[in-house]
Design a binder for this molecule. Structure first.
Ligand code: GLY
Length: 380
């Protein structure tokens, strides 16, 4: 990312003013020149919002709230992820999220508020479309950080959240198809209406199979900094599709699915949560940035750590991961970055240049992505 002239002036002006003050520290009256006085009144930080690719509408909303309405960074990014949570077409979060192996949608979310150093989280929450807001309510209204399962739902209802069926017809049909393709000799038949158009009774297992035959993960992570240098982070998800009931991924784990330290930066993840939890990815990225790495470098170094910590069965013979995992990072100074294992992914950014999708740094070219085996379905 290029540093804009305005930002450079703002940052260097603040540094210059600080130096002037330091040099005069022993004097009775610090000498700050007229020029420095004018410059120190400029905002030292540039507002930026960063998210996963599915957050492209959300970063625009959050940036607008931060810059035009002076909204708190956490309120703004939660409003941003609410767009996806409430969108029935997004099968990775909230309403319409893909269910667990029993056809029940279970949601995870967590958030951190940088300036007040608080955090909230919910895991395996059922029947509430906006787990990000329930996570914030845990943060705001309790002395706890994480609530799960039936307790999380009871708390949400007490807080006034609306109970609703989150399983859309599309997600229910995808779940049935997954069941049909699970075992070619069980009693479930694949009744897809396109069966005549697709003669071979096979379904390819690719990383991003749009028909969701395989397990898929989808999530939205969003991070923001405002003109005062205050930051927040949030991650929300329906988790791994077809998961064992009660499975909780990385999204609600503070330090894995997201992390925010107001003095350094914020980070988060989407993708295979089991791989991320083992390296505390979001925390590690923030720590790498604290040590001086750029957001891109911090994310890529964490991808390296993930691969190093991955069990053999999830790597191909060349040591490349058989799953996807993406990291996103935002430094307090406005620099942002991301990384993933394989070429082709993008992430969302909103700043003074507008909202846009930016290519992610990657470790392996698209051509190096391992092919997945095929599964056979018994068609009706
Ligand atoms: N990253 C989302 C999940 O694994 O549940």
């Amino acid at each position: 990312m290029e540093i804009s002239r305005r930002k450079f002036l703002g940052t260097s002006a603040a540094a210059a003013a600080a130096l002037t003050f330091d040099r005069s520290a022993s004097a009775a009256t610090p000498r700050i020149s007229v020029i420095d006085r004018a410059r120190v009144s400029e905002p030292a930080f540039q507002p930026v919002v960063v998210a996963s690719a599915n957050g492209i509408r959300g970063v625009a909303r959050a940036y607008d709230m931060i810059t035009r309405q002076n909204a708190d960074t956490l309120d703004a990014i939660i409003a941003g992820v609410n767009i996806q949570e409430l969108d029935p077409e997004d099968q990775s979060v909230g309403l319409g999220g893909l269910p667990n192996e029993e056809g029940v949608v279970q949601l995870d979310a967590s958030c951190m508020h940088g300036p007040t150093k608080r955090a909230g989280s919910v895991g395996a929450l059922e029947d509430i479309a906006t787990p990000s807001l329930v996570a914030k309510a845990v943060m705001d209204y309790t002395d706890h950080i994480m609530l799960v399962g039936a307790g999380a739902k009871k708390f949400a209802l007490e807080m006034g959240f609306k109970e609703q069926n989150l399983l859309t017809e599309k997600s229910r049909r995808d779940w049935l198809r997954w069941k049909a393709c699970l075992n070619p000799v069980d009693n479930w038949l694949d009744t897809r209406s396109d069966s005549a158009a697709s003669p071979p009774p096979t379904a390819s297992l690719s990383f991003d199979d749009p028909l969701h035959v395989k397990f898929t993960t989808g999530t939205i992570n969003m991070n923001a900094v405002n003109a005062a240098g205050d930051m927040s982070s949030v991650t929300t998800t329906s988790g791994l599709s077809w998961k064992v009931p009660g499975r909780v991924g990385d999204s609600p784990i503070i330090g894995a699915g997201q992390y925010c330290d107001n003095s350094v930066g914020a980070a988060g993840s989407t993708g295979r949560g089991e791989a991320n939890i083992k390296v505390c990815g979001a925390f590690l990225i923030v720590e790498f940035m604290r040590q001086g790495m750029s957001p891109d470098q911090a994310c890529m170094k964490t991808i390296d750590r993930v691969i190093a910590m991955t069990e053999r069965r999830l790597l191909d013979p060349a040591g490349r991961p058989l799953f996807d995992l993406q990291f996103y990072a935002l430094h307090r100074d406005g620099r942002f970055g991301s990384a993933t294992a394989y070429e082709g992914a993008r992430f969302s950014v909103a700043d003074a240049s507008g909202a846009r999708l930016v290519p992610m740094k990657f470790k392996f070219a698209r051509s190096e992505r391992p092919q997945m085996p095929e599964v056979r379905c018994r068609r009706a």
